[in-house]
Write a protein that binds this ligand. Structure first.
Ligand code: SF4
Ligand code: SF4
Length: 386
């Protein structure tokens, strides 16, 4: 019953959206897919995957397909702050764009500094025009951390040298929905790493408006497009975790659905890159994987049209979707426990966990480190056959 009501509610919302004139009159999703050789069947398969990712019943797949077809009804303003532009680049530079990338192309980007032809005064004019014309209706996506020290003077943009801080605040004021794209915009990113000389912060720290964080370095295109589709379907904020990340994408740890998890549980670890354990696909915790502390869906959704992800390729997760990961998760190729407990016991946690005693090891970080240590102490299968 609830399901039927929700279906009808979404259906009527999409019906309303459909009445808006398309912002890309010369293009439709069907045509775009056709041009790229993507069949309707593949498109519907993609819509079914997206429906499952947003934790909706499979019967909502036609609504998801319809929402994707309506992504050109909502204007998007995309701002760049202090960052490497990697989040945009990862979406734009793929040589074999999947359906997620094509949808991103189809979204009506009214302002995007990397993509637009305009520069200088014209670009500045385009931005204020878009904000004025679509007041209260546009989706704001911000990439990059916001320098705040000395009134934001460490980031000035355009011929009038407005600060990134003032531009982001003004754009946020009139937006219908706001997404902080990437870890820099969500939490400050590398700019905010110690000693953070520019006072860089995440977007949510400089505006009173609700901000949905979509962290990752870069975030997957699926998570970006999924958020837009969620907004089109519901018009409301998704359920968020303590760091304002949508739970449908960031509700589980990398570790929870990792394909190497069986090896972690069996105490089978890669001891160093290139050893026998690495060849056998053993768990990467001891060579620095931060999957047990990182909330994201990489192990389920993967990258590059779902073909692979860092752990599958043989390197541990570096925790890029967590706040302050540059400071908190390093060194990237050592277990977190080693760094955290080095000063406490004079040795890494992997070596000291057995001395401390399992009863004391209740915190997750310590517990995971202890598991790795105990596996070694008990003579769990060695990774180096020599
Ligand atoms: S520690 Fe890393 S490699 Fe090992 S199971 Fe967890 S996420 Fe996978
Ligand atoms: S596997 Fe970890 S480091 Fe890699 S993208 Fe996902 S969250 Fe970031």
């Amino acid at each position: 019953m609830e399901q039927t009501k929700l279906y009808q509610k979404i259906s009527s919302r999409l019906g309303e959206l459909e009445k808006f004139s398309p912002m890309k009159e010369d293009m439709s999703i069907a045509q775009l897919m056709d041009d790229k050789g993507i069949s309707r069947r593949d498109f519907m398969k993609w819509a079914a995957g997206m429906t499952a990712m947003l934790s909706l019943p499979a019967s909502f797949t036609p609504l998801m397909a319809q929402a994707a077809e309506l992504t050109d009804r909502l204007p998007v303003v995309w701002l760049h702050m202090a960052e490497c532009t990697g989040c945009s680049e990862s979406l734009l530079r793929t040589d074999a764009p999947g359906i997620d990338s094509l949808i991103f192309d189809y979204i009506s980007l009214e302002y995007h500094e990397t993509l637009m032809a305009a520069a200088g005064w014209q670009a500045e004019h385009n931005l204020s025009n878009a904000i004025e014309k679509y007041k209260g209706k546009y989706i704001l996506m911000v990439e990059g951390g916001i320098p705040t020290k000395n009134d934001g003077m460490y980031l000035k943009i355009g011929p009038q040298a407005h600060t990134g801080l003032s531009i982001a605040q003004e754009a946020a004021e009139s937006a219908a929905a706001i997404f902080a794209i990437g870890t820099c915009s969500s939490f400050g990113g590398v700019q905010a790493a110690y000693p953070n000389p520019t006072g860089a912060k995440g977007l949510s720290k400089v505006t009173d408006k609700p901000v949905i964080n979509v962290p990752g370095c870069p975030p997957s295109e699926r998570n970006i497009v999924g958020n837009v589709l969620h907004y089109i379907l519901f018009g409301t904020l998704p359920a968020l975790d303590a760091y304002s990340r949508p739970k449908w994408a960031y509700g589980l740890r990398i570790h929870d659905l990792c394909e190497r998890r069986g090896h972690f549980d069996a105490g089978e670890f890669v001891q160093e890159f290139g050893d026998e354990g690495a060849k056998k696909g053993y768990c990467l915790y001891k060579v620095g994987c931060k999957g047990p502390y990182t909330f994201n869906n990489c192990s389920r959704e993967k990258f590059n049209q779902g073909t692979s992800w860092p752990v599958q390729a043989g390197h541990g997760c570096i925790g890029c979707s967590e706040p302050d990961f540059w400071d908190a998760m390093g060194p990237f190729e050592e277990p977190l426990g080693n760094r955290l407990y080095h000063t406490l016991y004079g040795e890494g946690a992997d070596k000291t966990a057995d001395k401390v005693g399992v009863a004391l090891l209740s915190a997750t970080a310590v517990g995971v480190a202890a598991h790795a240590a105990i596996a070694a102490v008990k003579g769990a299968p060695k990774t180096d056959e020599s």
